[in-house]
Design a protein around this ligand. Sequence first.
Ligand code: ATP
Ligand code: MG
Length: 152
Amino acid sequence: EETDLVELAQQAGDAFRAGHPDHPLTLTTGPDRVRLRLDPLRVRQVLDNLLTNAAVHTPAGTKVHVEVCVGSGMAEVRVTDSGPGIPVDDQERVFDRFYRVDKARSRDRGGSGLGLAVAHSLLRAHGGTLTLTSAPGATTFTVRLPLDDAPE
Ligand code: ATP
Ligand code: MG
């Protein structure tokens, strides 16, 4: 099954705007279409996880930006928020199961600490990656997926 990553990101962005009106979202795309041979529901689940995190782990008013681009055989979706960020010492561990940076606060928000672990293993199982850069005011999760460049 073939999926258009641009369309998927737009749908995820629309759902996010409806669900999180206190977190203004912008979206930019390079190409018009980015075709991938992946299950759209799974990729959408990954994007929803990242977008939900950008809302529930940041204060109201935090800006969220989604960018879709392509390069050297890979497609990329970057989800950036302007929130407080993730401390350097925690940045690798957020991909571990059940890991939450601020356990008391995250529990208040109903988080189990599984979202990023699930997204990470799902992407790896499809030949992709999930990486993170974070500093106060700018946290970016980057999804990379192999491009489907050989039509049959
Ligand atoms: P779940 O996704 O299972 O409902 P969760 O959101 O707590 O729960 P993860 O999505 O795996 O779990 O995220 C792990 C932790 O990483 C979060 O608890 C939070 O502390 C931190 N985190 C994730 N995204 C962000 C972000 N955009 N800004 C700040 N902290 C974040
Ligand atoms: Mg989460």
